[in-house]
Design a binder for this molecule. Sequence first.
Ligand code: GNR
Ligand code: NI
Length: 169
Amino acid sequence: MSVLSILEFPDPRLRTKAETVRTFDAELKQFVADMFETMYAANGVGLAATQVNVHQRVLVADMSDERNQPLALINAEILEKDGAQVYQEGCLSFPGIYADVTRALKVKVRANDVDGNEIIVEAEGPLAVCIQHEMDHLAGKVFVDYLSPLKRSLLLKRLEKQRKQAASA
Ligand code: GNR
Ligand code: NI
């Protein structure tokens, strides 16, 4: 198992659109295990393959407080969306930056598990936010894309400032 390094904004590789996984083999299982290890090491609630520079439709999540409910979705597709919620989002590719984003309250998702079996997941609330956030990464989209230009430039300036401070500390 290995902790993978996470790409940070504005790395252009975060804009890559991921490809459909067609081979469900031992290599995929190892990659999913590495994604979980990377997500837990970074104290994240989710991680998309895009963030570790692998452009395949793989996402992992664990919204539980105990960090013992791993969910891996391969080739996830949203079948139904319902309602709306505002949630303060963060992203491992934007360390220290948080912003309110409006997304669907509930999602019904079709995906494959690591063995290639079809699964249907119905999520609501924070897990629904996380799945939508990770699916966006796989499409090359990031949470600040939803903000107004003014709010986005404010937060991106803050990200730069934090980086400069961290570099001089
Ligand atoms: O760890 C994460 N926390 C989080 C908080 C609110 C909404 C979404 C997220 S996902 C994020 C991990 C990450 O960057 N996944 O892509
Ligand atoms: Ni993210």
